[in-house]
Write a protein that binds this ligand. Structure first.
Ligand code: GLA
Length: 391
């Protein structure tokens, strides 16, 4: 018998929260630690001051309905009972996939009501700044509150990754969602992807007259296709040859043994991961001991390793990095999964404009599409923006 006292808590909580609510989550830029996350390694990303906003209104039925200002204006609808990875396609999979993932992770969705979601974002799409994680995390925090799931930020990051892996079909790691969930103003997120323990590391950029300059090369990347998955496969091959589950169990000292067991290409792929892991640890130490001005060489070494060993750079990216360094940047590197996307450079504040202009000229001279340069600041992670929003 169902009485008022035994009514399941979810619908009541959802009703309590009835009204317009707004949640948001940021994109991220990775300072250093590329393709280390799915190898159980170290990463040092930061959440940026570009966000996806998710305005949610409750429905009386069990339908999830999604619209986006970035889409074609078409709404996508799916019943909660029909949530399954192959029932969703295109951009709406980032939203609906999270609802499905929360159920997969044990949330009881049997009594919950549906919602209308309206998404708006100023995270550039396809620029390697995790516009997808920003959507996933905004939706994850919203549903965690509305469905009263009580999940931790790291659990919500995992739900985002599960959506990305299974609903979107991109075999990515946990870095982007962790940064989007855990970011703090003026801090980077130092995450060990095996233990999933995160620490906030102060950046001290302002005090050192430094800025983070992003240059979107306008070469669009996509992680659901080709290169990303093949790099991941090379890492798995290297781990198997060395008898470990994850490359994070190895260190640079294992490279001589590795060289006897794998082909040259696999060796170089793994060498990138092992040296990059070391560079992340070194960057955190240098940041703490000497401050951000001292991390430039590590950023540049990371780029060289991605370009030469992991082979995920593109000519536009190398030109942006080389031009930034020739124009006075402290350090510069590809950020994100590679095969396009954005460069991140640590630059003196007065060099933001000259470096941006030099890169624009170099691109024009090379016949490349005009790049887009802008600065970012480390910002807060996903949160509820307001209990009710005017609409
Ligand atoms: C993409 C993925 C991340 C990570 C990076 C490379 O951003 O989503 O999980 O693997 O590439 O470091």
């Amino acid at each position: 018998m169902t009485t008022a006292d035994s009514t399941p808590s979810h619908p009541a909580d959802a009703r309590e929260l009835a009204g317009w609510g707004v949640w948001s989550a940021p994109g991220r830029v990775n300072l250093i630690g590329e393709h280390t996350d799915y190898n159980g390694g170290l990463v040092l990303p930061l959440a940026i001051d570009r966000r996806t906003t998710c305005t949610v209104s409750p429905r009386a039925d069990r339908i999830l309905r999604v619209t986006s200002t970035a889409g074609d204006g078409q709404a996508v609808e799916l019943a909660i009972d029909d949530l399954a990875p192959d029932a969703m396609a295109g951009w709406s999979a980032y939203v609906l996939g999270v609802a499905w993932a929360l159920g997969e992770m044990g949330a009881n969705l049997s009594g919950v009501t549906g919602f209308d979601f309206e998404l708006d974002s100023d995270v550039p799409i396809g620029a390697g700044l995790s516009s997808s994680a920003a959507i996933e995390c905004a939706v994850a925090v919203a549903l965690n509150d509305l469905w009263n799931l009580g999940l931790s930020p790291m659990e919500l990051a995992r739900a985002g990754r599960l959506a990305e892996n299974s609903a979107v079909g991109a075999p990515t790691g946990i870095m982007d969602q962790s940064a989007s969930m855990l970011g703090e103003a003026d801090h980077a997120v130092f995450l060990d992807c095996t233990t999933e323990v995160a620490q906030s590391v102060p950046l001290h950029l302002e005090e050192n007259n430094l800025a983070l300059l992003i240059v979107d090369t306008r070469v669009e990347h996509a992680h659901a296709t080709g290169g990303y998955a093949s790099r991941r496969a090379s890492c798995e091959k290297g781990a198997e040859a060395m008898g470990v589950k994850l490359l994070s169990e190895l260190s640079v000292h294992d490279l001589p043994t590795l060289s006897e067991r794998v082909d040259d290409e696999t060796y170089r792929r793994v060498r990138h991961v092992l040296t990059e892991n070391q560079r992340v640890a070194d960057t955190v130490e240098v940041l703490r001991d000497k401050g951000p001005l001292a991390i430039g060489e590590l950023l540049c070494a990371s780029h060289a390793s991605m370009r030469d060993d992991f082979e995920i750079s593109v000519p536009e990216m190398d030109l942006a990095v080389d031009t930034a360094m020739a124009t006075g940047a402290v350090g510069a590197r590809l950020t994100g999964g590679g095969f396009g996307g954005s460069m991140v450079a640590l630059v003196h504040q007065e060099d933001v404009d000259p470096i941006s202009a030099a890169i624009a000229s170099a691109f024009a001279a090379a016949g490349y599409a005009a790049p887009q340069a802008f600065t970012v600041h480390a910002a807060a992670g996903a949160h509820r923006d307001s209990v009710t929003a005017s609409k």
